[in-house]
Design a protein around this ligand. Structure first.
Ligand SMILES: [Zn+2]
Length: 165
């Protein structure tokens, strides 16, 4: 299986057909999808206006690629700092598997609207603090979180994919 950086290079390679590059962008989510695969894909295509008919905007996959790369980098650095590593351990710190579905959204059309790095950073900071505030959403801060139900505001399911809806 390829890595996130290797797949991302294929997205940026303009020698490929735009339709192939769009598929490669989707393949990046096998490596990093903080909201879960479908919700992260919906977030990226909506936030960066990646059209279904990619010929209308062939540059859009590269725009969308910036977001998961930045989020993956931030996530990796937080995890490294938590274990006391102040200097990055790798030249490609965005090649991370550590934050897949950390803010899982069971409904792919309902997910946080804030940029991925902001949401991922907030969830990681809350996890690093080691205390999950009762009734409060780690992703958006909504104080009316319902136990074992997706957040009414941002769609994130506390506890992740294994939690009943
Ligand atoms: Zn929320």
């Amino acid at each position: 299986m390829t890595s996130f950086p290797a797949t991302a290079r294929l997205v940026r390679d303009e020698s490929f057909d735009p339709r192939v590059r769009r598929v490669r962008l989707r393949n990046c989510l096998y490596h990093f999808a903080p909201f879960g695969f479908h919700a992260t894909w919906d977030h990226l295509t909506t936030a960066h206006r990646v059209p279904e008919r990619i010929e209308a905007d062939p540059a859009s996959p590269v725009r969308a690629l910036v977001l998961p790369r930045a989020a993956a980098f931030a996530a990796r650095r937080r995890l490294q700092k938590r274990v006391g590593r102040r200097v990055p351990a790798t030249l490609h710190p965005w090649d991370s598997w550590g934050c897949h579905a950390i803010a899982y959204c069971p409904d792919p059309r309902k997910h946080p609207v804030e940029p991925l790095p902001v949401v991922v950073g907030r969830v990681l900071d809350a996890c690093a603090a080691g205390v999950e505030p009762a009734g409060r959403c780690l992703a958006c801060g909504d104080d009316a979180r319902r136990p074992q139900r997706a957040c009414r505001l941002c769609g994130v399911l506390p506890g992740g994919r294994g939690t009943p809806r």
